[in-house]
Ligand binder design. Structure first.
Ligand code: KG4
Ligand code: ZN
Length: 349
């Protein structure tokens, strides 16, 4: 019998609902909140209010597009954290109420695990190769930068992490400094296509082990632009593509250095990237070069599955459903990462 999972995602600024059958996507509806664009970042209070307005129409549309009646749903999976608490509460309260009224199991999902497991989704009717455990996964988003050794669906070890800002934050901050809209990553990526990545050079942090740091890079970009603006008020508009390309080059180089080290040191067959920043063309190219050099297979989610979406929540829910791993209505959302991920004790130095 088919298993249909309704997924609900509301951890940040996207309200999303999806229906999957097994690991096949039947629908994946995302309502992005434009209200944050003018503020250069997500405003939590505005995000919660927008989720409240969006959640019912988004779920309704997801069911209609999947051509599924609500009574056919096997379980409801929702994001329980990490994320903005006010936003998480909207999705979790809605999911609890709907599961309770339908009499179906409720499944809580960790947003970061879901980004990783997005690589197990396929479009309906599509034949797709899947990563094999254990694999190495670089999870890069607006809130997180993690290097994971993924032993099994729910056995993920942190082998490297950022000690300050996330890679996506560095993209967003660079865009803000250049007067570009939020989210900055896609805009920087597009501008970088026509720019010279070697024109300007920005300091990359060299931390021991597999950890990352992006705050120094962010500050050096800010000071560099500010100092040049003093001499030439048109500095940004005259150099925007080269600035974007050079900043992207620095962020990608920083990410790739540690990934290459981890590939050399850990016995993993496959290399996987996940999270919003995995949509970046420079990062994908750098990961492909590493995969080719060390004869690894590279897995990258399709563009619609890199940034926040409910299909990834649903597939995480599907694997939990198979293990009868259900939640109760007492489960409370959490804001910080790490609840469901463990840190590897034997970190390479
Ligand atoms: O995974 P995600 O949708 O949300 C979080 O869980 O944080 O990631 C959003 C982040 C933003 O920082 C955005 O600028 C970045 O992903 N992003 C990109 C690209 N597309 C989205 N960064 C670089 N290049 C892109 N093409
Ligand atoms: Zn995310």
């Amino acid at each position: 019998m088919s298993v249909y999972i309704l997924g609900v995602e509301s951890s940040c600024d996207d309200t999303s609902a999806a229906v999957i059958e097994g690991t096949s996507i039947l629908s994946n509806v995302i309502a992005s909140q434009r209200v944050h664009s003018e503020y250069g970042g997500v405003v939590p209070e505005l995000a919660s209010r927008a989720h409240q307005q969006n959640i019912i129409p988004v779920v309704d549309t997801a069911l209609k597009r999947a051509k599924i009646h609500k009574n056919q749903i096997s379980a409801i999976a929702y994001t329980n954290g990490p994320g903005l608490l006010g936003s998480l509460l909207v999705g979790s309260s809605f999911s609890k109420a709907m599961a309770f009224s339908l009499g179906v199991p409720l499944i809580e999902v960790d947003h970061l695990q879901a980004h990783v497991l997005a690589n197990f989704l396929e479009k309906k009717g599509e034949e797709k190769e899947k990563p094999e455990f254990p694999f190495l996964c670089l999870t890069v988003s607006g809130g997180h930068t993690l290097l994971l050794k993924v032993n099994d669906y729910f056995d993920m070890e942190i082998i490297g992490r950022t000690i300050d800002d996330a890679a996506g934050e560095a993209f967003d901050k660079a865009a803000k400094i250049l007067g570009l809209p939020y989210p900055g990553g896609p805009v920087i990526d597009r501008l970088a296509q026509t720019g010279d990545p070697k024109r300007f050079s920005f300091a990359i942090a060299h931390l021991p082990g597999l950890d990352y740091s992006f705050s120094g890079l962010k500050t050096s970009f800010l000071y560099f632009v500010r100092d040049h603006l003093k001499e030439n008020e048109h500095f940004i508009e005259e150099n925007v593509a080269d600035l974007a390309a050079s900043m992207q080059y620095a962020i990608v180089k920083s990410l790739a250095n540690k990934v290459e080290r981890a590939v050399k040191e850990l016995r993993c067959r496959d290399l996987v990237i996940a999270g919003g920043v995995s949509a970046n063309s420079g990062l994908k190219a750098a990961m492909q070069r590493i995969a080719d050099k060390y004869h690894r297979r590279l897995f990258v989610p399709t563009i619609d599955l890199t940034t926040d979406n409910a299909a990834m929540i649903a597939v995480c829910g599907y694997f939990k459903y198979l293990q009868n791993d259900f939640s109760t209505i007492h489960s409370a959302p959490y804001s910080t990462a790490g609840i469901t991920l463990k840190t590897l004790t034997e970190l390479p130095k």
